[in-house]
Design a protein around this ligand. Sequence first.
Ligand code: ZN
Length: 244
Amino acid sequence: GKYTIDDLAAWFADPKHHLKMLSYNALIFFNMKQTQEEKDAVMAKLDQIIEDCNKLGCKMIVVVPSMDLTVPATLDEIKADAVAVLKEMVKKCEPHGIRLSLEFCGEPSMTINRFEDAYAIVEEVNSPYVGVTLDQYHFYAMGSGWDTLEKADGKKIFVWHLNGTEDMPCGAYYNNDEKRMWPDAEGDCLPHARYADTLKKIGFDGDCCTIEIFRPEYYELSQEENVRKSAEVTRAHVAKYAQF
Ligand code: ZN
């Protein structure tokens, strides 16, 4: 509550600062709403985020699926609903040049929890304004299919979330965001060369990868230490694997 969106907008507008916003993270739980009131609330939230993005010079909004459904929805029902909602959202975003990036989350109770499902939805929406966020941890955690990623159009992957993780059974309750770690840290199991090479091969041109880790022990570092360390490991990662 110390700073406002307008303060942040002024910071980004200051030419002394070289940081730019890649994406607004995130509009959460956008899909499978059961009542008109809930659906309207998602669209109202989107309106507010677009307003903030316009102030901040941000051209992308990450959207996160709903979880813990009380209705036993099939994947077909979930996909049809997501396609319909995203098409509505695009109508609001496109006039502002803002893109939407669907982030599947590799967690059993999430409605869209594998790359192949998110990609199928994005393909069906079929808009240059709608793509997928590929988070390496999420891809690994529910065993997303490399075969789908290898055949995907890299131009439809808008955001690449970089991280490593401990090796845990697929779907285990303790296989969660807290197990993320710096890429290539001791105990990291992710095949970083495979992610980078595949993205390169399929024509990913997001132009950057962004680190995203929620490891409790890293929260004990100061903000400054965390930012420096993140920049350092991201730079090293790009130099080693991701020279596009
Ligand atoms: Zn992510």
